[in-house]
Structure formats: structure tokens, C-alpha cells
Design a protein around this ligand. Structure first.
Ligand code: FAD
Length: 225
């Protein structure tokens, strides 16, 4: 009842299309290399050698956002996931159930449109790529074992395995707002494993900040909390 599933790729493209329709320009595959904070706005230098001038800047660079903030506000974690070979029919799973264990370390499970089982978790601190690659075979086995312990009657043959990095904060809440060191700039970072929920909260709050409206929750997510 409380869960939802979305195709992240499609949803991103639909959102971008809606923004373009409303007059936005999308410049993809372009890194911002430098940010100059001026009296009335910002000036960005891109990897393609262009300059972008703006009155306001929103930095929503995922865990890369930390490099624009002097104070360390996030910790990086590596998480692991595996997906099974497809089952022949859909009836092996109860409805479209999404499962998320509330204990730590947690495990999450769901099925895919092509009848695969996807599960993940077994997070470790840090994001070192060599360590991550080294751990992947062992974490794959750990995830397979966890699945078989939970569902001994279901077959599971891993087809793909991968690892990803995410950033979380000490109190589990993201940082949404501004810092004095970067005028005309708003941040949204530290979503942890709750990017869908926190990104919506961040979008609403930053829009209200730009419109100079008061938001009752802004203190909860501020850099001064
Ligand atoms: C394996 C895994 C599973 C997850 N599952 C879920 C889930 O089920 N539900 C959920 O809600 N969340 C989930 N999350 C968390 C979610 O993916 C993140 O919270 C979310 O993607 C963060 O969004 P973001 O826009 O802040 O950053 P990102 O999605 O990381 O996007 C930041 C973007 O900024 C770009 N960027 C960075 N620096 C620059 C620069 N200098 N110039 C230009 N561009 C730049 C990057 O290339 C990137 O495209 C999961 C994360 C992982 C790793």
C-alpha cells in the first residue's frame, strides 16, 4: 500500500520533456568545471568551454555536491544488488509486492516486468571502487543466500550483479537550502536510499525559496540544523 515503482529512465525523460515545454534548455553530457559567484548571480564554466550566466543556481549533483560545501555533511556507502534470470510466468510472486526490511543491514526485493527477482542491500561504508569490485562476488553470494533463506521454495539464478554508491547524512535527512559561502545558490543532497521522496521535497522547497515563500519544514533540512 505504501510502496511505488517507477522506471527512473522514463520518468527522467518525461520530466525533462515537460521542462523543455515550459521553456527550459537542457544541456546534457556537460560537466560544470567552475562556479564564479558574482554580485547578482553566478557564472558557470562548462567542459565544452561555454559560459552560463544565471541569477540563481541549484546544485543537485548527487554525492558530488559535497565538493561545493566546505563542511563535511555526508557519508558515502556502497550498496549491492543482483537480479535473477527470468521466471517463466508471473505467478511465482505475491502480486507486485515490494519488500523492504526495516532492520539493519536491510534487504529489499521486487520483481521486474520480465519476471526477474531483483534484490539488494548488504551496504558497506565507503565508496572505493577497487574495494567495491573486490567485494562484489562475495556480496552476490551473501544476497543469494539471504534470498534462499527467505524463499527456500523459489529458484534464484543470478543473471547480473552490480554495486552503487549513495550518500547519506548523520541524521538520515537530506540537506536542502543555502550556505553563506555560496550566494545565489541552493543545494539538495544526501538523499540516502530515499531519492524519490526527498527529491520531491527538495524540489518543492527550493521552488518556494526562489519564490521567497516561507516553508514550515525548511529548518529540518537546513545546513544549520
Ligand atoms: C543501487 C541503488 C538503489 C537505489 N534505490 C533507490 C530506491 O529504490 N528508491 C529511492 O528513492 N532511491 C534509491 N536510491 C537512491 C537514489 O538513487 C538517489 O538518492 C538519487 O539518485 C539521488 O539523486 P540526485 O539527483 O541527488 O543525484 P544523482 O542521481 O546522482 O544525479 C546527480 C547528477 O549530477 C551530475 N553531476 C555531478 N557533478 C556535476 C558537474 N560538476 N557538472 C554537471 N553535472 C554534474 C551527475 O553526473 C548526475 O547525473 C538508490 C541508489 C542506489 C545507488
Amino acid at each position: 500500500e505504501d510502496g511505488a515503482e517507477a522506471d527512473a529512465y522514463r520518468i527522467t525523460h518525461l520530466l525533462l520533456a515537460a521542462c523543455i515545454k515550459m521553456g527550459a534548455t537542457v544541456i546534457d553530457n556537460t560537466e560544470v568545471l567552475d562556479i564564479l559567484h558574482k554580485k547578482n548571480g553566478v557564472e558557470l564554466t562548462t567542459s565544452t568551454g561555454c559560459t552560463v550566466k544565471a541569477k540563481k543556481l541549484v546544485i543537485a549533483c548527487g554525492y558530488e555536491s559535497q565538493r561545493y560545501i566546505p563542511k563535511q555533511v555526508q557519508q558515502l556507502q556502497t550498496t549491492f544488488a543482483i537480479v535473477s534470470e527470468p521466471h517463466k510466468t508471473k505467478d511465482f510472486w505475491y502480486k507486485n509486492a515490494l519488500i523492504w526490511e526495516t532492520r539493519k543491514p536491510y534487504l529489499y526485493l521486487r520483481t521486474t516486468d520480465d519476471n526477474r527477482i531483483l534484490l539488494g542491500g548488504k551496504d558497506v561504508q565507503g565508496s572505493d571502487p577497487d574495494r567495491r569490485n573486490h567485494l562484489l562476488p562475495r556480496k552476490t553470494k551473501d544476497l543469494e543466500k539471504s534470498f534462499c533463506d527467505l524463499f527456500p521454495s523459489l529458484s534464484f539464478k543470478t543473471d547480473f550483479e552490480w554495486a552503487g554508491t549513495f550518500a547519506s547524512t548523520k541524521d538520515g535527512l537530506p540537506y536542502i537550502g543555502s550556505i553563506p559561502e555560496r550566494p545565489h545558490t541552493y543545494f539538495a543532497l544526501g538523499f540516502g536510499g530515499n531519492g524519490i521522496t526527498f527529491s520531491m521535497i527538495a524540489a518543492t522547497m527550493i521552488r518556494e525559496m526562489l519564490e521567497k515563500k516561507k516553508n514550515a519544514d525548511s529548518d529540518i533540512f537546513s545546513f544549520n540544523r
